[in-house]
Design a protein around this ligand. Sequence first.
Ligand SMILES: [Fe+2]
Ligand SMILES: [Fe+2]
Length: 517
Amino acid sequence: MKFLTNRRKFLSLTTAATGWLLTPVWAQNDSPPRPRKRGGPGGRGRRDARDYVLPPELAEFSLLSLVLGRVSDHSVTVSSVARTTLEGYFEYGTSAGNYPNRTALAEFAAGHPVETVFAGLQPDTEYFYQFHYRAPGETDFKTRAECRFHTQRAGGSSFMFTIQGDSHPERPQMSDPDLYARTLLQVAASKPDFHICMGDDFSVAPVREVNYAAVAERYTLQRPFLGLVAQSAPVFLLNGNHEQASLFNFNQADDRHAVAVLAQTARNQFYPTPAPDGFYGGDTEPLKDIGLRKDYCAWSWGDALFVILDNYWHSPVQVDSGFHEEEGGGGGGKNGRRDRDWWSLTLGDTQYHWFKRTLEQSRAKYKFVFAHHVLGSGRGGVDECDLFEWGGRNKRGDWEFNQRRPGWEMPVHQLMVKHGVTIFFQGHDHLYCQQSADGIVYQEVPMPADQGYMTYNEDRYQSGVKLPNSGYLRVTVSPEHVKVDYIRSFLPKDESAQNKTGDLAHSYTVKPRGQHA
Ligand SMILES: [Fe+2]
Ligand SMILES: [Fe+2]
């Protein structure tokens, strides 16, 4: 691996990197793919982007991916990435097949994300849109099938959103592209208002030489897959530990700084992630070389508050796995994972106080909080919720919170209890597990594409309903209650009378605070 040794070298690298055409267009999945390397359950191997492609019947999503994001009460942004240069325009309106609004004809350069904003929309309204496109020089337009989205729901309405756990495309042993596509097609068919990814979806571990094209490829790899859902459901992303987008990396003098900058930059260029504005709350502090990180954020939808926390962008020490740590680099040394003081892992003062303010100011009936993991590291759900800044105690059970977090009213878990958080969602542990503590559901979100159908880390969960991968969560919010469904997904060869794609593996309801389910 080539290490950059000084900041000037890095800056020249990032300048060159903003040349979009450096992004390999095959990262958009243009076929024909090479024969896939298949890692069986338990096998560990390395996989690059060319090994992780959509099945042939979904090839059109490789040629052009549409990803919605930044949805609000009056607008939505659609990010388009075309494999070859196109020109095109969108039409949209409030009834299927009838599009009174039309955007200007624009160029969509090969491999280059282009954002188009549909503005002036009505709140709490379903919209339908189509994309018309042609190659430069052609006269006739082709038309992509109609897609849909919904603007912010009004209070008192019912709606549904979906969640996927760690998709880990870089790991052949726990991520099969065909199974991932099957899961995502099911998500799309359920027509959620939006789709939330819990992190570890864009691992930079396979990056051998740090440059923009190599890091961006981790983000473009997912576009055709997530586009299956995100063309009709705005997507929200969390950083996991494997994205390596972290303050610890950012503060290093070697190429880990570049990894952090390039990962967060590519993420925000290839996905329309929200920045703080009148609709979204979030991180207002810009960082040199990145600008706004767009990491933690909050918004309201119907009777619910949504809060996404970031475990990695505000902790001065390494929170979990380091860049190339699995191969013996990165994680050791001063302030590496092996040295860490668990009290040093932190959401940071600014994020904590923003979170506290956001909870205090919300009058929502339901509150959903998302983070890659309790503390960003370790294993387990409620099993960890009394520890360190999440719960106030050290591993011996002694209360150390007051001296270790001066100025904080209470630990994160107690803060969520005080303000009536309905469900805390996390990923990272690679299984389905529903637990509860002090009136809050802790929900570990299963993997969408684990062809081994494993229940990873189940020994680290001492309570709750534990079930194997793969599938996704469907969360239906209504005035009466919240209903969480775990929908399973299988490869055709693995289906049986007992195990079929679309099976409901587990379901539960949660009443608003003060009522009992
Ligand atoms: Fe993780
Ligand atoms: Fe993971």
